[in-house]
Design a binder for this molecule. Structure first.
Ligand code: PBG
Length: 324
Protein backbone atom coordinates (compact mmCIF):
# COMPACT_ATOMS: atom_id res chain seq x y z
CA UNK A 1 0.00 0.00 0.00
CA UNK A 2 1.65 3.30 -1.07
CA UNK A 3 0.29 6.70 -0.11
CA UNK A 4 0.97 10.16 -1.52
CA UNK A 5 4.61 11.13 -1.52
CA UNK A 6 3.93 14.75 -0.67
CA UNK A 7 1.59 15.53 2.23
CA UNK A 8 0.83 19.27 2.68
CA UNK A 9 -1.51 18.30 5.52
CA UNK A 10 1.55 17.53 7.69
CA UNK A 11 2.07 21.29 8.20
CA UNK A 12 -1.51 21.67 9.39
CA UNK A 13 -1.33 19.07 12.18
CA UNK A 14 -1.30 21.25 15.30
CA UNK A 15 -2.17 24.85 16.15
CA UNK A 16 1.50 25.53 17.02
CA UNK A 17 2.71 24.26 13.67
CA UNK A 18 0.04 26.17 11.75
CA UNK A 19 1.00 29.31 13.64
CA UNK A 20 4.69 28.77 12.95
CA UNK A 21 4.24 28.52 9.19
CA UNK A 22 1.51 31.15 8.72
CA UNK A 23 2.49 33.40 5.81
CA UNK A 24 0.34 36.32 6.87
CA UNK A 25 -0.34 37.92 10.21
CA UNK A 26 -2.39 41.09 10.64
CA UNK A 27 -1.48 43.23 13.62
CA UNK A 28 -3.32 46.01 15.45
CA UNK A 29 -0.72 48.57 14.31
CA UNK A 30 -1.89 48.03 10.72
CA UNK A 31 -5.54 48.79 11.45
CA UNK A 32 -7.22 52.17 11.13
CA UNK A 33 -10.57 52.87 12.79
CA UNK A 34 -12.99 55.15 10.91
CA UNK A 35 -14.91 57.39 13.36
CA UNK A 36 -17.92 59.66 12.83
CA UNK A 37 -18.55 62.87 14.77
CA UNK A 38 -21.85 64.71 14.58
CA UNK A 39 -22.15 68.43 15.16
CA UNK A 40 -24.51 69.32 17.98
CA UNK A 41 -24.93 65.73 19.22
CA UNK A 42 -25.27 65.41 22.99
CA UNK A 43 -25.46 61.59 22.96
CA UNK A 44 -23.87 59.12 20.53
CA UNK A 45 -26.38 58.27 17.79
CA UNK A 46 -26.41 54.62 16.63
CA UNK A 47 -26.14 53.97 12.88
CA UNK A 48 -28.88 51.37 12.37
CA UNK A 49 -27.38 49.77 9.26
CA UNK A 50 -24.01 49.38 11.01
CA UNK A 51 -24.71 47.72 14.38
CA UNK A 52 -22.05 48.77 16.89
CA UNK A 53 -21.12 51.97 15.01
CA UNK A 54 -22.26 55.40 16.22
CA UNK A 55 -22.12 59.05 15.27
CA UNK A 56 -20.05 60.39 18.16
CA UNK A 57 -20.39 63.57 20.14
CA UNK A 58 -17.18 65.59 20.37
CA UNK A 59 -16.47 64.13 23.79
CA UNK A 60 -17.25 60.48 23.03
CA UNK A 61 -15.13 60.82 19.88
CA UNK A 62 -12.15 61.78 22.01
CA UNK A 63 -12.76 58.76 24.26
CA UNK A 64 -12.95 56.44 21.26
CA UNK A 65 -9.67 57.83 19.91
CA UNK A 66 -8.04 57.42 23.33
CA UNK A 67 -9.14 53.78 23.40
CA UNK A 68 -7.82 53.26 19.87
CA UNK A 69 -4.42 54.53 21.00
CA UNK A 70 -4.43 52.26 24.06
CA UNK A 71 -5.20 49.28 21.85
CA UNK A 72 -2.17 50.06 19.69
CA UNK A 73 -4.13 50.73 16.51
CA UNK A 74 -2.34 52.41 13.63
CA UNK A 75 -4.70 55.33 13.39
CA UNK A 76 -8.15 56.80 13.12
CA UNK A 77 -9.91 58.25 10.08
CA UNK A 78 -12.32 61.04 11.03
CA UNK A 79 -15.58 61.93 9.26
CA UNK A 80 -17.72 64.93 10.23
CA UNK A 81 -21.48 65.35 10.02
CA UNK A 82 -22.39 69.06 10.04
CA UNK A 83 -25.68 70.45 11.32
CA UNK A 84 -26.26 72.33 8.10
CA UNK A 85 -25.05 71.76 4.56
CA UNK A 86 -24.85 74.02 1.50
CA UNK A 87 -24.12 73.75 -2.21
CA UNK A 88 -20.43 74.60 -1.79
CA UNK A 89 -19.78 72.36 1.23
CA UNK A 90 -18.41 75.34 3.13
CA UNK A 91 -18.62 73.52 6.49
CA UNK A 92 -15.64 71.45 5.43
CA UNK A 93 -13.44 74.50 4.95
CA UNK A 94 -14.60 76.58 7.94
CA UNK A 95 -11.98 76.30 10.73
CA UNK A 96 -14.95 76.10 13.15
CA UNK A 97 -16.55 73.31 11.10
CA UNK A 98 -17.20 70.07 12.99
CA UNK A 99 -14.47 68.01 11.31
CA UNK A 100 -11.79 70.62 11.85
CA UNK A 101 -12.75 71.07 15.52
CA UNK A 102 -12.76 67.29 15.99
CA UNK A 103 -9.26 66.96 14.50
CA UNK A 104 -7.94 69.42 17.09
CA UNK A 105 -9.79 67.62 19.92
CA UNK A 106 -8.42 64.22 18.94
CA UNK A 107 -4.85 65.36 18.33
CA UNK A 108 -4.84 67.10 21.75
CA UNK A 109 -5.89 63.80 23.33
CA UNK A 110 -3.69 61.24 21.56
CA UNK A 111 -0.67 63.28 20.46
CA UNK A 112 1.81 61.04 18.66
CA UNK A 113 0.32 57.79 19.95
CA UNK A 114 -1.91 57.45 16.92
CA UNK A 115 -1.88 58.66 13.32
CA UNK A 116 -4.83 61.02 13.06
CA UNK A 117 -6.32 61.13 9.58
CA UNK A 118 -9.32 62.97 8.16
CA UNK A 119 -11.58 62.45 5.19
CA UNK A 120 -10.92 65.20 2.68
CA UNK A 121 -14.06 65.36 0.58
CA UNK A 122 -17.06 67.63 0.20
CA UNK A 123 -19.86 65.04 0.23
CA UNK A 124 -20.49 65.18 3.97
CA UNK A 125 -20.86 68.95 3.69
CA UNK A 126 -22.84 69.50 0.48
CA UNK A 127 -26.63 69.66 0.43
CA UNK A 128 -26.69 67.79 -2.90
CA UNK A 129 -24.42 65.07 -1.49
CA UNK A 130 -21.82 65.07 -4.28
CA UNK A 131 -18.10 64.96 -3.58
CA UNK A 132 -17.56 68.25 -5.38
CA UNK A 133 -19.21 71.50 -6.34
CA UNK A 134 -21.58 71.52 -9.31
CA UNK A 135 -21.70 73.35 -12.62
CA UNK A 136 -24.89 75.35 -13.36
CA UNK A 137 -26.23 72.33 -15.27
CA UNK A 138 -25.58 69.95 -12.37
CA UNK A 139 -22.35 68.17 -13.29
CA UNK A 140 -19.52 67.79 -10.79
CA UNK A 141 -17.00 70.53 -11.63
CA UNK A 142 -13.55 68.92 -11.35
CA UNK A 143 -11.35 71.99 -11.30
CA UNK A 144 -13.48 74.22 -9.10
CA UNK A 145 -13.67 71.28 -6.67
CA UNK A 146 -9.86 71.11 -6.63
CA UNK A 147 -9.74 74.68 -5.35
CA UNK A 148 -12.11 73.72 -2.52
CA UNK A 149 -10.00 70.65 -1.68
CA UNK A 150 -6.90 72.84 -1.44
CA UNK A 151 -8.64 75.05 1.12
CA UNK A 152 -9.96 72.04 2.99
CA UNK A 153 -6.45 70.56 3.15
CA UNK A 154 -5.06 73.79 4.61
CA UNK A 155 -7.87 73.91 7.19
CA UNK A 156 -7.33 70.30 8.26
CA UNK A 157 -3.57 70.80 8.47
CA UNK A 158 -4.05 73.95 10.54
CA UNK A 159 -6.29 71.90 12.86
CA UNK A 160 -3.35 69.55 13.40
CA UNK A 161 -4.07 66.46 11.30
CA UNK A 162 -1.24 64.00 10.55
CA UNK A 163 -2.54 62.79 7.18
CA UNK A 164 -5.37 63.89 4.94
CA UNK A 165 -7.45 61.35 3.05
CA UNK A 166 -8.73 62.77 -0.24
CA UNK A 167 -11.66 60.53 -1.23
CA UNK A 168 -13.45 62.55 -3.91
CA UNK A 169 -11.86 61.00 -7.04
CA UNK A 170 -11.31 64.35 -8.77
CA UNK A 171 -8.53 64.29 -11.38
CA UNK A 172 -5.39 65.97 -10.08
CA UNK A 173 -6.53 66.15 -6.46
CA UNK A 174 -3.35 64.81 -4.91
CA UNK A 175 -1.10 67.30 -6.71
CA UNK A 176 -3.28 70.25 -5.75
CA UNK A 177 -3.50 69.15 -2.12
CA UNK A 178 0.27 68.52 -1.92
CA UNK A 179 0.93 72.02 -3.27
CA UNK A 180 -1.57 73.58 -0.85
CA UNK A 181 0.03 71.82 2.12
CA UNK A 182 3.57 72.68 1.05
CA UNK A 183 2.81 76.34 0.44
CA UNK A 184 1.27 76.70 3.91
CA UNK A 185 4.22 75.20 5.77
CA UNK A 186 2.58 71.83 6.23
CA UNK A 187 5.20 69.83 4.35
CA UNK A 188 5.02 67.11 7.00
CA UNK A 189 1.30 66.47 6.66
CA UNK A 190 0.90 63.25 4.67
CA UNK A 191 -1.58 62.17 2.03
CA UNK A 192 -3.38 58.85 2.14
CA UNK A 193 -5.03 58.92 -1.28
CA UNK A 194 -8.21 57.05 -2.03
CA UNK A 195 -6.72 56.16 -5.41
CA UNK A 196 -8.80 53.30 -6.74
CA UNK A 197 -12.24 54.07 -5.40
CA UNK A 198 -15.12 52.33 -7.09
CA UNK A 199 -18.76 53.41 -7.55
CA UNK A 200 -19.89 50.71 -5.15
CA UNK A 201 -23.20 49.53 -3.75
CA UNK A 202 -21.25 48.57 -0.63
CA UNK A 203 -21.06 52.21 0.55
CA UNK A 204 -24.80 52.10 1.30
CA UNK A 205 -24.67 52.03 5.11
CA UNK A 206 -22.00 54.77 5.18
CA UNK A 207 -24.45 57.13 3.52
CA UNK A 208 -26.74 56.65 6.53
CA UNK A 209 -23.77 57.15 8.86
CA UNK A 210 -23.00 60.57 7.37
CA UNK A 211 -26.64 61.51 6.72
CA UNK A 212 -25.87 61.85 3.02
CA UNK A 213 -28.41 63.66 0.92
CA UNK A 214 -27.16 62.19 -2.36
CA UNK A 215 -29.72 61.53 -5.06
CA UNK A 216 -28.41 59.52 -8.00
CA UNK A 217 -24.90 58.06 -8.11
CA UNK A 218 -21.20 58.93 -8.35
CA UNK A 219 -20.40 57.11 -11.58
CA UNK A 220 -18.98 60.14 -13.36
CA UNK A 221 -16.09 60.28 -10.88
CA UNK A 222 -15.82 56.98 -8.98
CA UNK A 223 -14.52 54.01 -10.98
CA UNK A 224 -16.45 51.36 -12.85
CA UNK A 225 -16.28 48.04 -10.91
CA UNK A 226 -15.48 46.37 -14.24
CA UNK A 227 -12.02 47.96 -14.37
CA UNK A 228 -8.86 46.63 -12.71
CA UNK A 229 -6.08 48.15 -14.81
CA UNK A 230 -7.66 51.57 -14.36
CA UNK A 231 -7.21 51.16 -10.60
CA UNK A 232 -3.49 50.62 -11.14
CA UNK A 233 -3.38 53.71 -13.37
CA UNK A 234 -5.08 55.85 -10.70
CA UNK A 235 -2.66 54.59 -8.04
CA UNK A 236 0.39 55.33 -10.21
CA UNK A 237 -0.90 58.85 -10.93
CA UNK A 238 -1.37 59.49 -7.22
CA UNK A 239 2.15 58.31 -6.41
CA UNK A 240 3.51 60.63 -9.11
CA UNK A 241 1.53 63.51 -7.58
CA UNK A 242 2.96 62.90 -4.12
CA UNK A 243 0.67 60.43 -2.33
CA UNK A 244 2.39 58.85 0.68
CA UNK A 245 -0.06 55.93 0.86
CA UNK A 246 -2.48 54.78 -1.84
CA UNK A 247 -5.77 53.06 -1.10
CA UNK A 248 -8.13 50.65 -2.81
CA UNK A 249 -11.78 50.79 -1.83
CA UNK A 250 -13.91 48.72 -1.24
CA UNK A 251 -11.69 45.81 -0.24
CA UNK A 252 -13.38 42.42 -0.57
CA UNK A 253 -14.70 42.67 -4.11
CA UNK A 254 -11.42 44.25 -5.21
CA UNK A 255 -8.71 42.01 -3.75
CA UNK A 256 -7.30 41.55 -7.27
CA UNK A 257 -6.91 45.33 -7.52
CA UNK A 258 -5.21 45.41 -4.09
CA UNK A 259 -2.70 42.84 -5.34
CA UNK A 260 -2.09 44.59 -8.67
CA UNK A 261 -1.60 47.95 -6.96
CA UNK A 262 0.69 46.38 -4.32
CA UNK A 263 2.88 44.99 -7.10
CA UNK A 264 2.90 48.28 -9.03
CA UNK A 265 3.75 51.02 -6.50
CA UNK A 266 6.68 51.63 -4.12
CA UNK A 267 4.55 53.08 -1.29
CA UNK A 268 2.34 51.46 1.38
CA UNK A 269 -1.03 50.26 0.13
CA UNK A 270 -4.19 50.58 2.21
CA UNK A 271 -7.57 48.93 1.66
CA UNK A 272 -10.90 50.08 3.05
CA UNK A 273 -13.14 47.31 4.38
CA UNK A 274 -16.25 49.41 3.80
CA UNK A 275 -19.60 49.84 5.53
CA UNK A 276 -21.49 47.33 3.36
CA UNK A 277 -18.84 44.67 3.95
CA UNK A 278 -19.19 45.29 7.68
CA UNK A 279 -22.99 45.24 7.54
CA UNK A 280 -23.11 41.93 5.63
CA UNK A 281 -21.14 40.09 8.28
CA UNK A 282 -22.99 41.75 11.15
CA UNK A 283 -26.39 40.94 9.63
CA UNK A 284 -25.49 37.31 8.93
CA UNK A 285 -24.07 36.93 12.45
CA UNK A 286 -27.17 38.49 14.02
CA UNK A 287 -29.20 35.81 12.26
CA UNK A 288 -26.92 33.09 13.54
CA UNK A 289 -25.81 32.28 9.99
CA UNK A 290 -22.09 32.91 10.40
CA UNK A 291 -19.42 32.72 13.11
CA UNK A 292 -18.93 36.46 13.60
CA UNK A 293 -15.44 36.56 15.15
CA UNK A 294 -14.04 33.97 12.75
CA UNK A 295 -15.51 35.91 9.84
CA UNK A 296 -13.89 39.15 11.06
CA UNK A 297 -10.44 37.58 11.41
CA UNK A 298 -10.76 35.80 8.05
CA UNK A 299 -11.87 39.03 6.32
CA UNK A 300 -8.93 41.04 7.64
CA UNK A 301 -6.43 38.25 7.01
CA UNK A 302 -7.62 37.93 3.40
CA UNK A 303 -7.29 41.66 2.75
CA UNK A 304 -3.78 41.60 4.20
CA UNK A 305 -2.83 38.48 2.20
CA UNK A 306 -3.99 40.21 -0.99
CA UNK A 307 -1.36 42.90 -0.33
CA UNK A 308 -2.81 45.59 1.92
CA UNK A 309 -0.24 46.96 4.36
CA UNK A 310 -2.90 49.01 6.15
CA UNK A 311 -6.61 48.20 6.58
CA UNK A 312 -9.39 50.64 7.42
CA UNK A 313 -12.09 48.71 9.25
CA UNK A 314 -14.99 49.44 11.59
CA UNK A 315 -13.88 46.34 13.51
CA UNK A 316 -10.41 47.78 14.23
CA UNK A 317 -10.84 48.10 18.01
CA UNK A 318 -12.40 44.68 18.49
CA UNK A 319 -10.05 43.06 15.99
CA UNK A 320 -7.04 44.28 18.00
CA UNK A 321 -8.20 41.87 20.71
CA UNK A 322 -9.10 39.04 18.33
CA UNK A 323 -5.74 39.18 16.56
CA UNK A 324 -3.59 39.47 19.71
C1 PBG B 1 -16.63 59.92 0.64
C2 PBG B 1 -16.50 58.61 1.31
C3 PBG B 1 -17.38 57.50 1.21
C4 PBG B 1 -16.85 56.50 2.02
C5 PBG B 1 -15.68 57.00 2.58
N1 PBG B 1 -15.47 58.29 2.11
C6 PBG B 1 -18.67 57.37 0.54
C7 PBG B 1 -18.89 57.56 -0.87
O1 PBG B 1 -18.00 57.77 -1.67
O2 PBG B 1 -20.05 57.47 -1.23
C8 PBG B 1 -17.46 55.14 2.21
C9 PBG B 1 -17.00 54.37 3.39
C10 PBG B 1 -17.79 53.15 3.68
O3 PBG B 1 -18.72 52.77 2.96
O4 PBG B 1 -17.49 52.53 4.71
N2 PBG B 1 -16.34 60.98 1.52
Amino acid sequence: MTGPLVRPRRLRTTPALRRMVAETCVEARQLVLPLFVREGATEPVPVSSMPGVVQHTRSTLVKAAHEAAELGLGGVMLFGIPESKDAEGSGGIDPAGILNLAITDVVAEVGDALTVMSDLCLDEFTDHGHCGVLTPDGRVDNDRTLAAYAEMARAQAAAGVDMVGPSGMMDGQVAVIRAALDSSEHQDVGILAYSAKYASAFFGPFREAVASSLVGDRRTYQQDPANGLEGVREALLDVEQGADVVMVKPALGYLDVVRRVRDAVPVPVAAYNVSGEYAMVEAAAANGWIDREAAIVETLTSIHRAGADVILTYWAAEAAGLLA
